[in-house]
Design a binder for this molecule. Structure first.
Ligand code: IPE
Ligand code: IPE
Ligand code: MG
Length: 250
């Protein structure tokens, strides 16, 4: 199939509600151009723009982007600082576009650990876009799934301690409600760029039945057509949720 056909081949009735993306490969992309890692991160911004626009245009309701993991704090200080200033500048710069396209911004992760200016800029953008209803863009920042699960466990333990909850009443819904994704449906599709085929501490609970899509493309090269291709690929799959193909009518 001609790559430009992917968009027209997408079935609007079978769209994922929620797509999550591990944006990976900025450093290797930069290296391939003989540049430093921050150059790669700066060039990743265009891929974010393209992806957000394509997702909103096609009718995706939730898009989660893994932008910075808990483990990424262990990178060289200059890279961490560069990423934090890029984040501030990008949020500032993109706010009018978010408003124009009616996109609501949210975050998941340990945002308390972000620098003050980053937190402020984020909070302003979250407040300014809170009534937008076309698509919710969730940035995973200082996020790791194990961190999130520890937080959730502490919250549930507090409720038990206060006598508000009996241990025997803890169920999947209790855990869903204690996670930072409490109001967000689980992603149907998870994309990772750069050729790595691992999850790197992202949404472990939420991806129990998610379809995984890996592409060798480095994040700065990811464009609308690549998102269309991933959605098209997702639509060719049979999601059985433990049942037989016959049971789900194939
Ligand atoms: C993804 O690209 C961006 C972040 C993790 C912040 P990388 O910086 O991980 O790029 P590679 O994987 O080293 O190429
Ligand atoms: C995962 O990428 C985190 C983000 C994309 C923000 P990494 O580059 O940090 O993951 P590993 O270290 O290759 O697993
Ligand atoms: Mg990486």
């Amino acid at each position: 199939m001609n790559i430009n056909d992917f968009q027209s081949e997408i079935d609007p009735e079978k769209l994922p509600q929620h797509i999550a993306i591990i944006m990976d490969g900025n450093g290797r992309w930069a290296k391939s151009q003989g540049q430093n890692r921050l150059y790669g991160h700066h060039n990743g911004v265009q891929a974010v723009r393209d992806t957000v626009e394509a997702a909103a245009e096609i009718g995706i309701k939730y898009l989660t982007l893994y932008a910075f993991s808990t483990e990424n704090w262990n990178r060289p200080q200059a890279e961490v600082e560069g990423l934090m200033s890029l984040l501030v500048a990008t949020i500032k710069g993109e706010l009018p576009t978010l408003q124009k396209n009616k996109i609501r911004l949210q975050t998941i992760g340990d945002t308390q650990s972000l620098p003050e200016q980053t937190r402020q800029e984020l909070q302003e953008a979250i407040n300014a876009t809170e009534h937008n209803d076309r698509m919710t863009l969730i940035l995973a920042l200082s996020y790791s799934s194990k961190w999130e699960i520890v937080q959730a466990t502490q919250r549930i333990a507090e409720q038990v301690k206060l006598g508000l909850l009996a241990p025997a009443d803890i169920n999947e819904a209790t855990i869903n409600a204690a996670l930072s994704t409490q109001n967000i449906p689980d992603p149907e599709l998870l994309i990772r760029t750069s050729g790595e085929t691992r999850i790197s501490n992202f949404l472990l609970w939420q991806i129990a039945y998610t379809e995984l899509y890996f592409t060798p493309i480095f994040w700065p090269d990811f464009r609308k057509v690549d998102l269309w291709q991933a959605i098209w690929d997702y639509q060719q799959r049979e999601r059985r949720f433990g049942m037989t193909g016959e049971q789900i009518g194939s």
